[in-house]
Structure formats: C-alpha cells, structure tokens
Design a protein around this ligand. Structure first.
Ligand SMILES: [Zn+2]
Length: 429
C-alpha cells in the first residue's frame, strides 16, 4: 500500500500524543472540560486549505466538539457542547466561547474535531467532515480541513460533474478515480506547507459537505481506494468537457512533456450530444485587431496597437487529415504588416469568444472559414469553426457520460482505459 510517509508520521504524532489531564476552568456557558484525548482521522488523509485570509472564525458541531489547544510546546483539550470562536491576536490566537468570553490566549494552533466519529463540523456556517486545524499566521488565521481522502472527494467531484443521474454512475466512478488519483499523487506537494491541497482551481475546487450528492458519494464509496496508474506511477488525470471527436496528445496542447497515456484517441462520437460538439465564433477584423493589441500590450508591458488584419491562416492544416485529433498548432496573423504567431492553447486566450473577449475560445480545435476582405485588401471578418470545449487532453467528460449511457454498458474501467491509454486501475486501500 502506497501511503505517504509524511502523512503517516503526521497521523502518528496526533494519535500518539498523550496529554496530561488538566483541571476544568471553563467560564460559564463555555467549554466544560480541559483534559486528555487522542484525535482520529482515517488514513490516508488530505489536508485541504480552506482559508488563509480571515482574522476570526466560528467552529461548532452537531453535538459536542473537542478543541485541542497548543501553546509553548504543550497542549490540552477542551470539550464543548457549543460552538467556539477563534480570533487572530498578534501572531497568536485567542479562543473564545460562543458568547464571546475569553477561554485561552496566546495559542499557536487549535484543532477541532467532533466527539464521536462521522459527525460533521460547522465552520462559519458551512459543514465539513473530518477535523479542522487553525494556525496563527502573521496577520490572519490559516484554516485547514484534515479528512479522509474519500470524504474529501465527496466535496470535490460534484461541482466537476454538473447534473447527473443513476444512468451516469459509471462515468461518475471514472471521474471519482481521476480526482482520487490527482489527490493522492499530490499529497505533500507543497513540501513545507501545512496543507496538501488548495481548495480553488489551482488544485481542485473543494467545498466541503454542502455540495455532496448521494449518487456521487455512492460512486466514490464503490471505488474506494482505486487509482489510475501508468507503469506504476500515478497518472496526471487531465479531463475536459467535450473533445469534439478526438482527444489530443498533451504535447500538442501545452508545452509539456509527452506522456504515453495522454495521446490522441477517438471518442467514437460519444460526446456528439454535447452542445459544444460544434461551434462557430465570427469576429470582425477590427475586433480581432483590438484583441491582439490587448494581448500584446499585456505581454510586453507597453502599449501595442494594431488596427488592421492583413491576413490570417492556420499553419500545418494538412496534418489534420492524418491526425484528426490535432488541435491548431500555429495561428498566423499578419497585422499592420507584422507577422504574429500564436501557438497551441495560447490561441484561445488571444482570440476569445465573439460575444465576450474575457471568455477564452472554447477549444483550439478549429478551422478558419468564411474569411472576407475589404476593398483595401484587409480582413473584414472571419469565422472560427470549432469542435469541443476544453483543452482536449485526457478524459472527455461528455464522452464518458455517453459511454456510461450507451446500450453497450461500458464500465468505469472501460471509460478510463479509453481516454488514458495503457493504464492500470489499482486498489490502493
Ligand atoms: Zn469526446
């Protein structure tokens, strides 16, 4: 079983800690006892950063909570039937009762857990599984949710999927394995940090119990501990909304190293029902010139202005007939007689969508059609006729849903192996 040493040691430190029993000294209505206890989180666990910019917080539970306080190398535990408040105070923290009475001062770290297993905690009104650890930063509190990887996934997978039903169960399982693989592969990624995952899109969007859905929780539980590996290594389980017919090799989309499991595969029309399977974006020459000006201005840090498009074309289009998954590698624009070349996924940022330049082009799997010219020879308008939504690497989510719903009855293993070539699916725990 591959579980990360760092986390093992961390848990051992928590479980092995023995605290001296201390007398009760709680203010009326506040926590009732100060004594010993050991904290539990099932392994493997993940430490998800929830916030690092608040100066105060309130934590409670369904029933009573245990609050472990650390100060100057020592620690002690309170039990409280009510919520408690924590405030940043000069690089340390103050623990207060729900009514605002001070319980302890100058604390360096506080961990809060429910007194009986399986019950949730409330952090500023939002429910979370596992336990919460609050540390004092320079100015604000750092709040980390420490919980069993499987419980974490229950708060990660639902927003990635959108509306799903029972017929989608195999696709949901595939998505759960992709998210689990990402999580386990990234435990300890921020070497000295007190967390493994940020809870925004830079890692995985995590929102605790408030987003949990029963059908997704079931899919996670049915695949407990299963991950995808290539040659024994956790795969980088990229996924996107709609491939538009074929996925692409990772090195054709980003300046990244080729990976044998992230290569172009046919989606076999499985994502055709997606409303993004085919799309068109028509821009005027003037609008594209403006977008290029903005892009170049940001890139160079000085004002750059283009006001006419002399010509526009895609380099290497002949390769498409041999490799139908191939996204646009080079978009060449001649503007004000200057030849500009945009490569791979950058193209999406330069061009944007016709209705809103702040939204990037749905994919870089497109052709240029309907190019029109003005009498002076400049481009008056053009259409980007595209396929799919997203980067096109790895699993196609709409294709996975199509496979799950197909009469063939594809399993989550079939789905994962379709989009990630030559992988194994292994049960780690
Ligand atoms: Zn697809």
């Amino acid at each position: 079983m591959i579980i990360h040493r760092k986390n093992l040691l961390y848990t051992a430190a928590l479980l092995g800690a023995i605290f001296p029993a201390l007398c009760s000294c709680s203010p009326a209505g506040g926590p009732v006892a100060r004594e010993t206890r050991a904290l539990h989180v099932k392994m493997p666990f993940v430490r998800a950063l929830l916030s690092d910019n608040h100066t105060k917080t309130a934590i409670g539970g369904r029933s009573s909570i245990a609050i472990e306080c650390y100060r100057d190398g020592g620690s002690f535990v309170y039990y409280s039937p009510k919520s408690v408040k924590i405030k940043a105070a000069g690089g340390r923290m103050t623990l207060l009762s729900s009514s605002g009475a001070t319980i302890e001062t100058s604390l360096e770290r506080i961990t809060v857990s429910p007194r009986s297993g399986g019950r949730q905690l409330w952090l500023d009104g939002k429910p979370y599984r596992g336990m919460l650890r609050v540390s004092s930063g320079e100015k604000a509190l750092m709040i980390v949710n420490i919980l069993y990887v499987e419980d974490y996934l229950k708060g990660v997978v639902p927003p990635e999927l959108g509306p799903v039903s029972e017929i989608d169960i195999e696709a949901i399982k595939a998505q759960a394995i992709a998210a689990r693989t990402y999580t386990i592969a990234h435990l300890g990624q921020y070497s000295s940090a007190l967390y493994d995952m940020k809870s925004d899109v830079s890692d995985q969007l995590y929102q605790g119990m408030s987003v949990e859905k029963k059908i997704i929780t079931d899919a996670i539980e049915k695949t407990e501990g299963e991950v995808a590996r290539y040659n024994g290594e956790f795969i980088n389980a990229y996924y996107h909304s709609t491939c538009g017919g074929y996925t692409d090799n990772i090195e054709n989309v980003w300046e990244k190293e080729a990976r044998p499991y992230l290569v172009s595969v046919s989606c076999r029309e499985m994502c055709r029902p997606s409303k993004y399977y085919l799309w068109n974006e028509t821009l005027s020459g003037a609008e594209l010139a403006k977008r290029i000006s903005n892009y170049e201005t940001n890139l160079r840090g000085r004002q750059v202005t283009y006001n006419r498009i002399d010509s526009i074309y895609i380099a290497g289009t002949e390769l498409r007939s041999e490799r139908p998954g191939l996204r646009t590698q080079e978009l060449v624009v001649v503007a004000n007689n200057i030849r500009l070349v945009y490569v791979r996924d950058r193209i999406r940022w330069v061009v944007g969508r016709s209705a809103n330049p702040n939204l990037i082009l749905r994919s870089d799997h497109f052709e240029l059609t309907n190019i029109r010219y003005k009498s002076d020879g400049s481009v008056s308008k053009m259409t980007f006729s595209g396929r799919g939504y997203g980067h096109g690497v790895g699993l196609c989510q709409m294709g996975a849903l199509g496979m799950a719903r197909a009469e063939m009855g594809y399993s989550y293993r079939d789905i994962l192996k379709r989009y990630y070539s030559e992988i194994t699916i292994d049960k780690l725990y």
